[in-house]
Design a protein around this ligand. Sequence first.
Ligand code: NAD
Length: 334
Amino acid sequence: MLLITGGAGFIGSNFILDWLAHHDEPVTNLDALTYAGNLENLSDLRGDVRHRFIHGSVADAEAVADAFDRARPRAVIHFAAESHVDRSISGPKIFIETNVLGTATMLDAAKRYWESLPPSEKSEFRFINISTDEVYGFLTPDASPAVETTPFDPSSPYSASKAAADQLGRAYARTYGLPVITVRSTNNYGPRQYCEKLTPSVIQKALAREPIPIYGSGRQIRDWIHVSDFCRALERILERGAPGEIYNVGAENELANIDYVRRICGILDELAPHPEGSYADLIRHVADRPGHDVRYGLNPEKLRRTLGWKPKIHFYTGIRDTVDWYLDGLKKVI
Ligand code: NAD
């Protein structure tokens, strides 16, 4: 049994669906169903006894202890988080509660559970702590992509809270020997993402013929990975990753935000052409986000070299399928 936190969100739901498509090992999904969590993401699993849902918060020690008791997991994948940078700027407190205290609560319960296991199960147990490229702070345009030993320099309350959560996991590995593996990922794109995030929000605004806002110049660079490739990396790390290690997961697919948004508009022009002209005409530059990092980029060489993982989905195919998926969903709503 796997214990997944945040499995009703974007990456967590994609992970659970992918996992159960290829394995019979059941999952227990602990999720607080915040505005970002949606059980509809898992509607394909209705009636599937391999998915067991527990409604509760990772910051609630009782709910977490109960989840460990009920799941008796061989591994935890801790996705649950407040994840939207803009929200962290207008209201940082919940980010500290969920990302820092929630991760501390999860680690503490995992430690107690792990200590109670017989030696054979104890050595197999894993706690995969999901972190982000944002903990490294921004890269200058000509800097090499971050490696696992690049120092932290977070810019937003979101990335600072994730940095704390990431380091707590590292501390539990070093201090108590808890088999924590830290995974730092770049920007994911793909189906089932909450509508406020860049990819779905551009598609929604474009189809509604509303202005598509772009922060500042739009020259900020992000490395985009398809969520399925990230889920495959997690499976590989779960299977073969070494306790105490850190793995960067990136696709070496760096794009300026403006180019990413133009690409989406170009696909929409093909799939849902509008008589008034290209969707890219709706792009409007707006005041930049405070503390907006100019570039993130990860070097995924360690994962490639030690675990033989590399992304499979070409960006042009992945983003086209993603746009198509959201278009399909919007047609159903209309
Ligand atoms: P998301 O916002 O789509 O989903 C978060 C999920 O966590 C939701 O289902 C929500 O209900 C749940 N949740 C929130 N607070 C909770 C709490 N207190 N207890 C239990 N559940 C709670 O996020 P996502 O994009 O799927 O990101 C998942 C993880 O991956 C996060 O840790 C995020 O920091 C990390 N990450 C995401 C990206 C990305 O591009 N999306 C990139 C790097 C790292």
